[in-house]
Design a protein around this ligand. Structure first.
Ligand code: TXA
Ligand code: MG
Length: 296
């Protein structure tokens, strides 16, 4: 199965594969034509850069033009894992991947199937999340199939993703490292490695390709501060349901995109979602929820 997926990548095809965060829609990162097809299949505007997935930390120097101390320390600490590091791009990174930007996002995914695929392919895989543009990311192979159907050449099924929300993105190209998107690797964990708290520019419209409408299900998402106020809001609305992270926010992150998809499938008109405490993975969860709610 892995051998077949690697052969498809070599031939310029598209392979959806599991990572610990969400499923990716992968192509050979050196094949501009294959990479361009990713944009067509997703309906993603060109110019929104893709993350390049590599097999191990030693590949950082191969795909980066230069590697700041902070980027190297973070890669060594957190890879394989849910952290994407933005660095100056290396020469073999094609324009189609970066959208012409001078930087590239790199990460080593922490999933046995992804790592096996990278080993077998012996290259780098450019991959966004394997969903249609602006929609909720897929956290199972079934989500990928229902989003992309025949337009993906092969889907590797690695079961449900362990983390459930996309990787933390940290831009290491300036003097002060900046978080562009929150994920399972937290600002505190990053601070412990680089020696200072990274600037926080997470949130809508900051990184290219990050906009308010991202992660949006069909149903309306309304946010609430507590279960009681959520229940009250839901009472006054037709076909409304309450979604509450409860005490285990990591488990909620794991389930979140499936729950949003399920709500759509069941015809829920409005989901009233209780925000998570703003700590740990709760920061990443709330960032997604605010985007799903349209930035309000
Ligand atoms: O967990 C993840 O990161 C998943 C899995 C598949 O690895 N990938 C993912 O890719 O979420 P995508 O394309 O859906 O989101 C990547 C985000 C985009 O918003 C893009 O704008 C940003 O990363 N990005 C990529 N390269 C960048 C760069 N050079 N500078 C700034 N932002 C960048
Ligand atoms: Mg995405």
């Amino acid at each position: 199965m892995i051998a077949r997926a690697a052969a498809i990548l070599r031939a310029g095809g598209l392979v959806a594969f599991p990572t610990e965060t969400v499923y990716g829609l992968g192509a050979d990162a050196t094949n501009a034509e294959a990479v361009t097809r990713i944009f067509a299949v997703k309906g993603r505007p060109l110019g929104h850069p893709l993350i390049v997935h590599i097999g191990d930390v030693s590949q950082l120097d191969v795909w980066a033009g230069s590697v700041p101390v902070s980027a190297r320390a973070l890669a060594e600490e957190f890879w394989p894992g849910p952290l994407t590091v933005i660095v100056e791009r290396g020469r073999q990174v094609v324009d189609a991947v970066t959208g012409g930007h001078p930087t590239v996002g790199l990460r080593v995914p922490d999933h046995p199937m992804a790592l096996e695929l990278l080993r077998e392919f012996a290259g780098a895989i450019a991959a966004p999340s394997a969903n249609r543009f602006g929609r909720v990311s897929p956290t199972s192979a079934d989500h990928v199939r229902s989003d992309l159907g025949d337009e993906v050449d092969f889907v590797l099924d690695g079961g449900p993703c362990a983390v459930g929300v996309e990787s933390t993105i940290i831009d290491c190209t300036s003097d002060v490292a900046m978080i562009l998107r929150h994920g399972a690797v937290t600002a505190d964990e990053i601070a412990a490695v680089i020696g200072y708290r990274p600037a926080d520019v997470g949130g809508p419209s900051r990184a290219p390709g990050m906009m308010v409408s991202h992660y949006a299900p069909d149903c309306r998402v309304v946010l609430a501060d507590s279960h009681a106020s959520a229940a009250e809001v839901a009472l006054g609305l037709p076909v409304a349901e309450v979604l509450d992270p409860g005490p285990d926010v990591a488990a909620f992150a794991h389930d979140l995109y499936r729950l949003l998809r399920d709500a759509d499938r069941r015809g829920v008109a409005t989901l009233v979602v209780v925000l998570a405490p703003e700590v740990g993975i709760g920061v990443a969860v709330n960032e997604r929820l605010r985007k799903a709610a349209g930035g309000v």
